[in-house]
Write a protein that binds this ligand. Sequence first.
Ligand code: DPX
Ligand code: MG
Length: 566
Amino acid sequence: MKKEKEYTVGTYLAKRLQDIGLKHHFAVAGDYNLMLLDQLLANKEMDQVYCTNELNCGFSAEGYARANGAAAAVVTFSVGALSAFDAIGGAYAENLPVILIVGAPNSNDYGTDHLLHHTLGTHDFSYQLEMAKHITCAAVSITSAEEAPSLIDHAIRTALREKKPAYIEIACNVAGLPCAAPGPASAVLSEIPSDKETLDKAVETAVAFLASKEKPVLLIGSKLRAAGAEKEAIQLAEALGCSVAVMAAAKSFFPEEHPQFVGVYWGEVSAPGAQEIVDWSDSIICLAPLFNDYSTVGWTAMPEGPNVMIADQKNVRMAGHDFSDLHLRDFLSALARKVEKKPATMVEFERIKYKREAVKEAAPDTKLMRSELFRQIQKMITPETTVFAETGDSWFGGVALHLPDGARFEVEMQWGHIGWSIPSVFGYAVSASNQRRIISLTGDGSFQLTAQEVAQMIRRKLPVIIFLINNRGYTIEVEIHDGPYNNIKNWDYAGLIKVFNAEDGKGLGFKAQTAGELALAVKKALANQEGPTLIECVIDRDDCTAELISWGRLVAKANGRPPSVR
Ligand code: DPX
Ligand code: MG
């Protein structure tokens, strides 16, 4: 028999990452993972991308997974991993399969009386694995080369199936040991098909449910992409011919130029006509939704009751039934073949729809305002554009942008970690900057958490355009509940780029205080292909969207409910 190529635990892992489509992995070095990093470097099909800290490394991988479907981050034990855990929690909340790989203590030290650096200073190193179990769908510890292949395959396969992060820790003296060669890639890529009987019954029940309704509306939720069902959602929409609204965190998961698209449904802060049509409908078909206090505007816009169907990633609930063990995409495409047209909500929407007044172009020397900023951003959006909108008023400004078909929108509304967008957009750009124009909208407060990753964009010459909205504070919090804690130390944000460029970088930094300064900066940003461009946009502290004010009031009311009286 022909001898297989020799593998080590580390090169086996690299091959599996390659099998799932990764061309890059993100890393921060530390003595527990150096051997492992060497082994990963030996795979010439994958590039090792360095980050400034482990929180950013986790978020960079999270952003890469948004563009590429999956990602990996490699960090050192505890001092690194515990920082990365925050971003991994985010990947869990946002349904992104990020593989967190951690270099761990020497296998000889487990179960002995040795105390090791970077640990809690106790003899038991299992705490980290135990913590990881809570924020991943699979967590394994590899202390022998023999069991490495099956443990690695289990973690990676589970992450892809569940669309959740997984955790692999590898003892530092095991990473370079010889191990078995990987089998076919299907061992990590295969999926469990829908249960046929359940699927048939679910479709039959849904057909009957819809037959009893006259005015259904489709509501697209934020887990639709993780469910891999975007195409099938369009099939069902076209079969029904009804109105289609999207939830804010699902923006861009249904084409905005589709004739049945009626806008973002977000309770009181919906797009014009979208809330009215959902209220007017007699049934809401929710596709992979996530209803939390934010997405339901403090529980004021929560679709529930007998007229609501929830078709989730792997189960469907309606009218007293719950069908589990099926894939949403199978359910939607089968249902699309069986339903009758129900266009009533579309007919009504045509009657009631109205448009917001277009923002007039500001004269070049007028002081910059948020409305003019978003007017200029709107003009930059092409079908190849991806917009990242950070937690803050950027959510509301971003959600109101019109996206031509092909444009993508990325938000992190479930985890809502300020500072997410800079490292995440970096990871996204590592994967996609050749094909896409990438724009990031971030507030000043958020930027201060993770600003360093702009230096990595400079290092890799990624032409990301960052609009840093400097309103001198945590404005979203100002509108919810104000106090001195919402004021932050100002920075020379545009000036930071010079610092990060050091002797060789090609990043650009501009400060825009007028409409004309902004227009000029945008022009220069679009011409800069050799690095990021940061445009600091200076606006007033209370110059925020009307939506933020209304939403903030209702969310604050929900947060402020007194304990219920027994
Ligand atoms: C906090 C938020 O400047 O944006 O548009 O001015 O609000 P806006 P900024 O980036 O400020 C963000 C700030 C402080 N949220 O308003 S949304 C609480 C919070 C969080 N994540 C973490 N810590 C605190 N969301 C990690
Ligand atoms: Mg701010």
